[in-house]
Design a protein around this ligand. Sequence first.
Ligand SMILES: [Zn+2]
Ligand SMILES: [Zn+2]
Length: 248
Amino acid sequence: MISNNIASEYLQLCSRTSYYKKPRSLCWRGISEVAITITTFSKRIRPATAMEEVKTKNVETLAYVVHGAGEPFKLEQVTLDELAADELLVDIEYSGICATDLGFQAGKIKLCPYPAIFGHEGAGKILAIGEKVQNKDWKVGDRVLLSMNYCQKCKFCRSDHPADCVEGTRLHLFGLRDNGTTAAKLNGADVRFHFFGQSSFAKRSFVHETCVVKVPDGVKDEDIASLAAMGCGYQTGIFEPSHDLDRK
Ligand SMILES: [Zn+2]
Ligand SMILES: [Zn+2]
């Protein structure tokens, strides 16, 4: 579980080391850019309320689609065909941009065919829960942070080390579910989705249950944008400011 203390400690490290001013530190530099963009387009979409019946089939959503190596992130209306039993429908409120997202968009990492929807540092609210999701404490309306999905079956997952999951590359980077399907369609054609189990560059996303960490009670709304990058930036980037501090 990610604690508030860890987040504030990390932010202090960043500010002390001017971490986010370095060109490769895209998680933190980019987070406000995406947060602003998603906030802007969220005004055009009526947020889900208790009265609204949330669809889990043929879900229409805006998403940043990349159509080829080096092509821009294009904001388009896509359809998500049907929520799987082990997924949650999440209204993405914020997403960091990681260097990995930009590497895939630029075509420097050639594992995920286009068109594709990237993003793997999402934060948002649960709109619907798949019928076989194991954690029965999660409720519609809960605020969640999204991290990397994992297989739950290999020896590392079973010994509580999901970061070392032997299926990680396949599950994170090909834009497909474990069963080889993609939920996203654009004009009826498949779009690679499920990036790191979440594709947080979609306003609404089908998120694998293993990505989800519930935000503890008491965390302020205004802190959520900063916490979004915990899903990858904290875990993979913490060494950078730590090393900077060591050198000083
Ligand atoms: Zn990342
Ligand atoms: Zn595994």
